[in-house]
Design a protein around this ligand. Structure first.
Ligand code: EPU
Length: 427
């Protein structure tokens, strides 16, 4: 189990390039199950979650490899295997993305029901409601979702839930509807850029999807999809994390392969806090040389402030000049980082879905425990600026979602070292 040993205090300077988006790549890889012939996906980051998805697709009869040009090539060879087993699904919740494609293409799917995780309970009722509306018969057998549909039929589907839209639910229903008979209209669809990227891949493969990126997606079913080449969008969450790294260290970082249009709410907040963000020659320069200002922020579905940057922003606000309120409206229990930041001297009080952060003059290095991907990133950010040395344990969480994270930070002047701490536990 690797850990990071980080000596705080370096102001980050230099250039960093954002990797392709994990959350765009995973559903697109799953959607390759819908296609005849090879799907070629460029810009897929080298991450543990991508390896999990490759293994899952292999289990499901696909051939998956990374070619000499660093592209992931996926081609289905055997359509008889339709069971995503619990051992795979529990390692990566995004395994649920194969449900819609399997059902649409193979007429049946058996996918282990994902459990909860460190960021709270994560139901899939909306995925199932959407697929049932398309005509699937869905049962739960031995902890597996079993879905059967000799023919899916387009219809109107409302996909809103108690916390707004669902990203992977939209991906599943949209993917399945590409091969359904007639027209499907998804209302209250997720508008996230990753949904748009999936729609672009599917349209290139022959699907007829319009409206992706808005709450109303219209899909006219087609008979067949043919795999195509597609480049995934830059990872907006990695980009936001690097921006906060520049801000928290009072550094100056030029970020390449970044789409600021995907980060409008984040840029707006960072500027309010006192972090400068400027576009320059196709890149973005992020700097801060001043005391940070407090703010209030609420996570929301896109284009609002993303839940996947809530923890990282909290680290930044720990050092602002006053009180900030951070309200989590997507995953109300996503506050595992609060206690760990407290171990580093942060002053944070939780009240229901809100964390009140009172800025402190400094954070102090300590051994801390990463609990999930984004919480881990938040601890690394805090460590970059903390006095003394911080050990962030269980960094396999970071390896799930940030490609070469410590290498990128090292190149910016951070004092960070990966130390081998033995085998990864089975969780
Ligand atoms: N929800 C339901 N029923 C459902 C599905 C979701 O009530 O059937 C609720 C969830 O409990 C949550 C809200 O709806 O309160 C939104 O969840 P959503 O379904 O949008 O989350 P997801 O699709 O499972 C993706 C990302 C997450 C990201 C969320 C929200 C991937 C692989 N995962 O999850 O990313 O936090 O959207 O933007 O795309 C991460 O990368 O660290 C991560 C957790």
């Amino acid at each position: 189990m690797d850990k990071f040993v980080i000596k705080g205090g370096a102001r980050l300077r230099g250039e960093a390039t954002v990797s392709g988006s994990k959350n765009a790549a995973l559903p697109i890889m799953a959607a390759a199950l819908l296609c005849e012939g090879p799907s070629v996906i460029c810009g897929v980051p080298r991450l543990a979650d991508v390896l999990h998805m490759s293994d899952l697709l292999t289990d499901l009869g696909a051939e998956v490899h990374r070619d000499a040009q660093d592209r992931i090539v996926i081609e289905v060879r055997d359509e008889n295997r339709s069971h995503a087993e619990y051992d795979r699904v529990r390692k990566m919740r995004a395994s649920i993305c194969v449900l819609g494609p399997l059902l649409a293409k193979r007429k049946k799917a058996r996918v282990a029901m994902p459990g909860g995780c460190a960021i709270g309970s994560r139901p899939v009722n909306l995925h199932l409601r959407g697929l049932a509306a398309l005509g699937a018969k869905i049962t739960l057998e031995g902890g597996d979702i079993v879905a059967i549909a000799p023919r899916l039929k387009g219809t109107g589907i409302f996909l809103g839930g108690p916390y707004g839209s669902t990203v992977l639910g939209t991906a599943n229903v949209m993917s399945a509807a590409t091969l359904a008979e007639g027209r499907t209209v998804i209302e209250s669809a997720a508008c996230e850029p990753e949904v748009v990227d999936l729609a672009e891949f599917l349209n290139a493969a022959g699907a007829r999807i319009s409206g992706a990126g808005s709450p109303r997606i219209v899909i006219d079913g087609v008979r067949e999809l043919r795999g195509k080449e597609h480049r995934v969008i830059p990872d907006r969450i990695e980009a936001g994390t690097l921006m906060i790294a520049a801000g928290i260290t009072n550094g100056r970082v030029t970020i390449r392969n970044i789409n600021l249009d995907h980060l409008l709410a984040v840029v707006d907040k960072l500027r309010e806090i006192g972090v400068d963000v400027e576009s320059a020659n196709g890149a973005v320069e992020v700097s801060s040389a001043r005391r940070l200002q407090p703010t209030d922020v609420t996570t929301q579905p896109y284009p609002g402030f993303p839940t996947d940057l809530q923890a990282q922003l909290m680290s930044l606000l720990c050092l602002a000049d006053g009180n900030s309120a951070i309200t989590e409206r997507i995953f109300p229990d996503r506050f595992m980082h609060v206690a760990e930041l407290g171990r580093m001297g942060a002053d944070i009080r939780k009240e229901g879905y809100t964390a009140i952060v009172t800025g402190v003059k400094k954070l102090i290095g300590a051994p801390v425990m990463a609990s999930d991907l984004r919480a881990s990133a938040a601890l690394v950010l805090a460590a970059l600026v903390a006095e003394g040395t911080t050990t962030v344990n269980r960094v396999y969480h970071i390896d799930r979602g940030y490609e070469a994270f410590e290498k990128k930070l090292l190149a910016l002047g951070a004092q960070i070292e990966r130390v081998d701490g033995g085998a990864i536990p089975v969780e």
